[in-house]
Design a binder for this molecule. Structure first.
Ligand SMILES: [Zn+2]
Length: 480
């Protein structure tokens, strides 16, 4: 039965290939012949997991892959030492771009392909969002496009943007502010996931900021009347924000952690800090809520006679969907077809699923989801936020997801780390790369896609202008 299924899959992929242009075929054939270099690169980045803004090895490894194939690299862009732009030009023509990421997450170290929790380094970092696959597939797609450009004299430029610190919503916000993406006519991206689909969903606009209160210390029992508690200010601020919740839109999300609440109960804390994420589906709704939170912080400082200091870390927009780019990616996703998983992938999936509370009935996605285009007021908003949002307000942007993870793997988990370093993850990555390359070749070859994407972009902006949420002079968090 399984063999029959596999045969059917091969047939369906084969039919797709028969229709493709010779330019696209050149890209895909080159990628097929060089897939080992992509798998090696993704595995190497997986083995060197680094946190946002500190991805020296990963960023260099990926830039090296492109440089080795004739891409010109501009390093250290937008004040971010691990950000770069890789560019290959084949004469005057449209400039298309790919977004690459490579940051990992704390505390998720895990053996690749393992079906049980087994950290490689206790408390170490791990690729719990699959960004080792993400960055590699974007770069590999651009290499495929380069091959098609050379072989069939396709004019234009293909760029890959090495974007650090996606997890903290930093990289692309600061890069957008510095105009790094200017001049690109269409941007393509993807994210590893549990299914094969065009990502026709926006994200939440979000601001990340810390409020520090400065008070006056005193003995908690001996002379508390001399003290002014910074922790009181944090607590009053939290109370204020929690009362505010009832009076903001349902879809707003506000969460905080107290990052410094003092050292000992018998010492009045002279410093305390609370870290907030303020989110809402649209920036125009999110910013007034943010201002309210700031006023509550001021109020808390006033009530406790402490001094307030704010540290803005980052602030990003929601993703603006682009319908023509979604259609183009859907066409290519259908042409490429889902990853071809074999018995060892299924065995891994079954093993890993035993660690889930409620395993999905379908563990590996072998289908391509249909795309349903809807008007902006019917967009889904997903649960989280991404710095892709800021890019999408400046350049028409389309993205996909492909099946790299066993379905049901929690987001940001050791299970995802396991998948991201496994054969299953690499298969999904190569599928994603082919789709992105195919769409890139179509963009260079058929200007109608670029025109349509532009028209839709202008329509979606609806006269609104992008105003970066981070002030001009503020350096990225790690460079302060
Ligand atoms: Zn991610």
């Amino acid at each position: 039965m399984k063999r029959l299924m596999l045969l059917l899959l091969l047939v369906s992929v084969g039919t797709g290939f028969a229709k493709v242009t010779k330019q696209k075929r050149a890209a895909w054939e080159w990628m097929q012949n060089n897939s080992a270099s992509a798998v090696e690169c993704a595995g190497d980045i997986w083995a060197h997991p680094e946190l946002g803004e500190l991805e020296t090895y990963s960023s260099g490894r990926l830039a090296g892959l492109l440089e080795g194939q004739g891409f010109e690299i501009t390093r250290d862009v937008a004040g971010l030492p691990t950000a770069w732009v890789a560019s290959f030009s084949n004469g005057p023509g449209p400039v298309i771009g790919y977004l690459a990421e490579f940051d990992a997450l704390p505390g998720l170290s895990q053996a690749a392909g393992g079906t049980e929790r087994k950290p490689l380094v206790a408390g170490g970092t791990g690729h719990g969002c699959g960004h080792n696959l993400l960055g590699t597939a974007s770069a590999f797609a651009a290499l495929g496009v380069r091959q098609a450009m050379i072989q069939h004299k396709l004019p234009g430029t293909v760029k890959v943007f090495g974007c650090p610190a996606e997890e903290t919503l930093v990289g692309k916000v600061y890069m957008t502010r510095e105009g790094v993406f200017d001049g690109v006519v269409a941007m393509l991206g993807w994210h590893p996931g549990g299914n094969n689909a065009v990502t026709y969903k926006s994200s939440l606009a979000m601001t990340s900021l810390k409020f520090r209160f400065h008070g006056r210390t005193a003995h908690g029992a001996g002379d508390p009347h001399h003290g002014r508690s910074a922790l009181d200010a944090v607590e009053l601020m939290s109370a204020g924000v929690n009362y505010m919740r009832e009076h903001v839109i349902d879809k707003a999300r506000i969460h905080y952690v107290i990052t410094n609440g003092g050292g000992a109960p018998n010492v009045v804390p002279d410093i305390a800090e609370v870290w907030y994420y303020v989110r809402a589906p649209k920036t125009e709704d999110q910013r007034p809520i943010l201002e309210w939170v700031r006023q509550i912080a001021e109020g808390a400082a006033m009530m406790t006679r402490t001094r307030l200091e704010e540290e803005l870390l980052t602030s990003g927009y929601e993703v603006l969907l682009n319908d023509p780019l979604a259609e183009l990616l859907q066409e290519n996703l259908e042409e490429v077809g889902p990853p071809l998983f074999d018995e060892s992938d299924w065995e891994f999936a079954r093993g890993l699923s035993r660690s889930f509370d409620e395993p999905d009935s379908v563990l590996l996605d072998t289908t391509v989801a249909e795309l349903e285009i809807v008007p902006p007021d019917e967009w889904g908003w997903g649960g989280g936020s991404t710095d892709d949002g800021d890019v999408s307000w400046n350049v028409p942007y389309g993205r996909i997801t492909t099946a790299c993870f066993v379905k049901g793997s929690p987001g940001h988990s050791w299970q995802v780390v396991s998948c991201s370093g496994s054969q299953t993850g690499f298969k999904g990555m190569l599928t994603g790369a082919r789709v992105l390359a195919g769409a890139g070749v179509d963009l260079l070859q058929q200007p109608k896609w670029i025109e349509r994407a532009r028209e839709d972009f202008v329509k979606k902006l609806a006269g609104r202008t992008y105003q970066c949420g981070v002030p001009d002079s503020l350096p990225p968090p790690h460079s302060r």
